[in-house]
Design a protein around this ligand. Structure first.
Ligand code: HMG
Ligand code: MG
Length: 302
């Protein structure tokens, strides 16, 4: 086992976490969430997306949110850009990294971004080229790498195929995403091993939703392979609008507790992170989705 001694967490709460909220969340709340996450020690934050506001109304305030955050040196702010239109809209807001997002499942690609996998790669290619020419980092999200809400189980060979396409257009690093949270450790490891055919371990991150309660086990399974980059969402916020029933990402608080308990460094202050989670949960009017946050809050109260 090559369990890493340090892990980098990318909090996707402001984007993946909030994109599916039915009530509009004010830009000021999103901005404060980003502030609180960076104050807690997060070095990477996925802030927003430049997608069609008809498809995902919650992200329509992308410019306002990006303009409102007080950037901290050493923090990477990333945004989702599905096509050139999204990329061109994002550039004036100076993201450090753009994310193109494809799927290992044809059906999910159609539902999520309205095109086939092959067409998505054609759309991404000029986005990736433009970003690299502008000195902006490029990440590729790979959805449905273990299961798809429309197609069921996804074979590792399909993950390998998508990873190869992403590599071919110049994507620098990829996320192995379990979009609907159906994965179990060995399946997730198979998806990561398929990705390793095209990307080195330093360029692979785990992105696990917790629908079936497997995300922490899957995180540990990824750690065992040496993965040291993970995406998670403060308070376990989230869900994808095109993956019905899928719940949020694994809670950042829960991952931090796991990692610190194993002696793995994250640079994150768990107490401040719990406060950030309380802030957004309070705004949304529901308890945190993080078991660790709930336990620590109960302990504080006691
Ligand atoms: P389309 O309808 O095929 O695009 O949508 P189009 O090029 O035919 O354009 C149609 C309309 O959309 C036009 O406007 C365009 O201007 C507009 P109209 O003339 O009708 O007024 N448009 C845009 N507007 C703003 N920004 C843009 C943009 N592009 C076109 N970038 C599109 C294609 C990708 C835009 C659409 O399908 C879309 O926005 N989908 C939303 C996808 C999304 O945000 N999904 C959630 C994020 S992915 C996720 O959560 C998974 C992840 O977390 C990993 C995991 O867990 O798996 C990353
Ligand atoms: Mg996701």
């Amino acid at each position: 086992m090559n369990i890493p001694s340090q892990v980098r967490l990318i909090d996707v709460g402001p984007r993946d976490g909030l994109q599916n909220e039915k009530q509009p969340v004010p830009a000021a709340v999103k901005i404060e969430l980003v502030q609180r996450l960076q104050a807690a020690g997060l070095k990477e934050i996925e802030v927003t997306s430049y997608v069609s506001p008809k498809w995902v109304p919650q992200m329509a305030d992308n410019h306002e949110v990006m303009a409102g955050i007080a950037r901290q040196a050493g923090v990477r702010y990333s945004v989702l850009t599905p096509n050139l239109k999204g990329y061109e809209a994002a550039v004036p807001d100076r993201p450090d990294e753009i994310v193109v997002f494809g799927a290992a499942s044809e059906a999910f690609s159609q539902k999520n971004i309205n095109c086939s996998i092959a067409e998505s790669i054609e759309r991404f290619a000029p986005v990736v080229a433009a970003a690299k020419a502008a000195g902006i980092a490029v990440r590729g999200a790979m959805s449905c790498t273990v299961g798809c809400p429309y197609e069921g189980d996804i074979a590792p060979s399909r993950v390998e195929y998508l990873a190869g396409l992403m590599k071919g257009i110049g994507v620098e690093r990829v996320d192995v995403a379990d979009t609907i949270g159906v994965g179990t450790p060995r399946k997730v490891q198979a998806a990561i091993e398929a990705t390793l055919q095209h990307f080195g371990i330093d360029h692979i991150s785990g992105h696990f939703h917790d629908t079936y309660g497997q995300a922490l086990s899957n995180t540990l399974a990824a750690l065992e392979l040496g993965v040291w980059n993970f995406q998670s969402s403060v308070a376990g916020l989230g869900g994808c609008p095109y993956a019905k029933g899928a719940t949020g990402n694994v809670a950042t608080e829960d991952v931090v507790y796991l990692l610190h308990g194993m002696g793995i460094e994250t640079g994150i202050d768990l107490d401040k992170l719990v406060d950030a989670g309380q802030f957004i949960s309070g705004h949304l009017g529901r308890p945190s989705g993080s078991r660790v946050a709930r336990a620590l809050i109960a302990k504080r109260a006691g």
